[in-house]
Design a protein around this ligand. Structure first.
Ligand SMILES: Nc1nc2c(ncn2[C@@H]2O[C@H](COP(=O)(O)OP(=O)(O)OP(=O)(O)O)[C@@H](O)[C@H]2O)c(=O)[nH]1
Ligand SMILES: [Mg+2]
Length: 415
C-alpha cells in the first residue's frame, strides 16, 4: 500500500483540480506531494502547556533560542531549520519580516502577542545546530489546555503537518484527559512518536520509576503498541536529552522514507475527509431557497463594493508601494474567504503569496481588487448554479459531484 501513496496523491490531485470547491484540498495535497518527493521531514514538540516543550527544544538544539517561562508562553508555531542564524516572522497577509534573534519573543510570547493579535502564522528560524544538518524541520508548538484557546487551536492545527512528534509529559503532573485527547488526535496525523517525560530533576529516583511505569503502560494501551520507550529527561539540567536526540537522528537516517509515506497516507486520508465534508456543506448550501440565495448574493456584492471603495480611498503614496498593495490584496483574499464561509458555508481557497519587501506597485490596486471580486462572483455563480435555467447543466453538475463523492469515498476506504 505504502509504495503507491504517491500515485494516490496524484490521483487525488487530479480530482481536486477539476472542482472549484476543493481548492483548499488541492493546495494541501500539492504540499503533501512536495514533502514526500523532496523527503521533507517535520518533527514537532507537542504537549500540554508548561510541560517544558520550549525548554526541551532549546536543549535539543543546544542553544537558548526560544522563550521559556512559568506562565503560558508559546503563542505561535516556531519552525527551526539548518542554516546561518536568522529569523523571519510570517504574517497572515503574506508579509515576511526579517527579525533579530533577540526579538523573537515579541512575536512568540503569549504575554506580548496575546491571542496572536499580531496575526503571525509562524516564526521561521535558521540555526546551525548539528541536529538539523540532515535537513529536518524541527518545530516548537504552543501548548494545549491553557485558558488561551488560540494556543490549543494552533497546536491542534500544527499536528496535522507533523510527520513525527515528541510528545512531552512532565513529572509534576500525571497524564490527564487533555493530554489523552491531544495524543489520540495526533495519532491520526503523525507516523512516529517519541515520548519525553520532562523535569526529572525535581523527583526522587523511586518516584520517577513509578511515574515512568505508569505512563508507559497507559500510553502503550492508548497507542496500541506493546513496548513504548519513555525518554526520561530534564531539559533544564540537560539530562537524557542526548539519548532522545540520537534516537531521532537514527530514525531520520534509517527510516525517514517509511515515516514520510505512513504520515502521507494519514494526511491524505484527512484531506479526503475534509473534501467530503466540504461537499456536504456545499450540498446543503445548494438547497437554500431562491430568495435566500438572492439575499446572500446581494450581501456579497455589497462587500465587493465596500472593498472597491476601501482600496480607492487608500492614500496615493501607499497605492504606489508594491509591498503595501500586495499585502492589501492578500488581506482582501483572507477577508473574502471569511465572507464566503459566513454567507455560503463553504471554504473558498486563495493562495496567499509571500510579499516581496521592496517591489514597485505593478498595476492599479483598485482594478486588481475589482478583478478579484469579479472572478469570485463568476465562480460563485457557477458553483451555486445561481439563476441557472438550463436543466441539463444542473443535472450534469449534480451527477458530476456524485461521481466525485463515490471516488473519494472509495479512495478514503482504501487508505
Ligand atoms: N525543574 C525543571 N523545570 C523545567 C524543565 N524544563 C522546563 N522547566 C520549567 O517549566 C516551565 C515551562 O517551561 P516551557 O519550556 O516554557 O514550557 P512549554 O511547554 O514550552 O510551555 P508553553 O509554551 O506555555 O506551552 C518553565 O518555568 C521552565 O523553566 C526541567 O527539565 N526541569
Ligand atoms: Mg513553549
Amino acid at each position: 500500500m505504502e509504495n503507491n501513496i504517491l500515485e494516490r496523491i496524484n490521483e487525488a490531485e487530479g480530482l481536486f483540480a477539476s472542482y472549484e470547491i476543493t481548492g483548499k484540498e488541492l493546495a494541501r495535497v500539492r504540499q503533501l506531494k512536495d514533502k514526500l518527493e523532496n523527503e521533507k521531514m517535520t518533527v514537532s514538540v507537542i504537549g500540554q502547556f508548561k510541560r517544558g516543550k520550549s525548554a526541551l527544544t532549546n536543549g535539543i538544539l543546544g542553544d537558548k533560542i526560544l522563550p521559556v517561562g512559568i506562565v503560558p508562553v508559546t503563542a505561535v508555531v516556531t519552525t527551526i531549520e539548518y542554516g546561518e542564524k536568522g529569523a523571519a516572522v510570517h504574517f497572515a497577509n503574506g508579509v515576511v519580516k526579517e527579525t533579530a534573534f533577540e526579538d523573537i519573543h515579541t512575536y512568540v510570547n503569549e504575554q506580548e502577542n496575546s491571542d496572536n493579535h499580531l496575526g503571525v502564522t509562524k516564526v521561521a528560524i535558521k540555526c546551525p545546530s548539528e541536529f538539523l544538518k540532515s535537513g529536518l524541520t524541527f518545530v516548537d508548538t504552543p501548548g494545549v489546555g491553557s485558558m488561551h484557546e488560540n494556543n490549543t487551536e494552533e497546536a491542534y492545527n500544527f499536528v496535522k503537518e507533523s510527520d513525527a512528534v515528541i510528545f512531552t509529559l512532565s513529572v509534576d503532573s500525571p497524564i490527564n484527559q487533555i493530554e489523552i485527547d491531544f495524543l489520540k488526535n495526533a495519532k491520526e496525523y503523525a507516523a512516529k512518536f517519541y515520548f519525553a517525560v520532562n523535569k526529572i530533576d525535581v523527583i526522587d529516583p523511586e518516584d520517577l520509576d513509578a511515574y515512568i511505569e505508569y505512563c508507559r503502560k497507559f500510553i502503550s494501551g492508548l497507542m496500541e503498541v506493546e513496548d513504548i520507550h519513555m525518554f526520561a529527561v530534564s531539559a533544564k539540567k540537560n539530562i537524557g536529552v542526548d539519548e532522545l536526540k540520537e534516537a531521532i537522528l537514527r530514525d531520520c537516517a534509517s527510516e525517514s522514507r517509511k515515516i514520510l509515506e505512513q504520515s502521507s497516507r494519514l494526511k491524505l486520508h484527512d484531506i479526503i475527509v475534509s473534501a467530503l465534508s466540504q461537499i456536504t456543506l456545499y450540498r446543503s448550501a445548494l438547497s437554500m431557497p431562491g430568495d435566500e440565495f438572492d439575499q446572500r448574493f446581494g450581501e456579497i456584492k455589497e462587500f465587493f463594493e465596500f472593498l472597491h471603495n476601501e482600496a480607492a480611498g487608500l492614500p496615493e503614496a501607499l497605492k504606489k508601494n508594491g509591498a503595501v498593495c500586495e499585502a492589501h490584496l492578500n488581506d482582501v483574499k483572507n477577508r473574502l474567504t471569511a465572507k464566503v464561509r459566513e454567507l455560503f458555508g463553504i471554504d473558498y481557497h486563495y493562495e496567499i503569496g509571500e510579499v516581496s519587501a521592496n517591489g514597485q506597485a505593478s498595476g492599479d490596486i483598485v482594478a486588481k481588487i475589482d478583478a478579484l471580486c469579479e472572478a469570485l462572483n463568476t465562480t460563485l455563480n457557477t458553483i451555486f448554479m445561481y439563476r441557472e435555467e438550463n436543466a441539463y447543466k444542473v443535472v450534469r453538475r449534480i451527477n458530476d459531484l456524485n461521481r466525485l463523492v463515490r471516488k473519494l469515498v472509495k479512495m478514503r476506504d482504501e487508505l
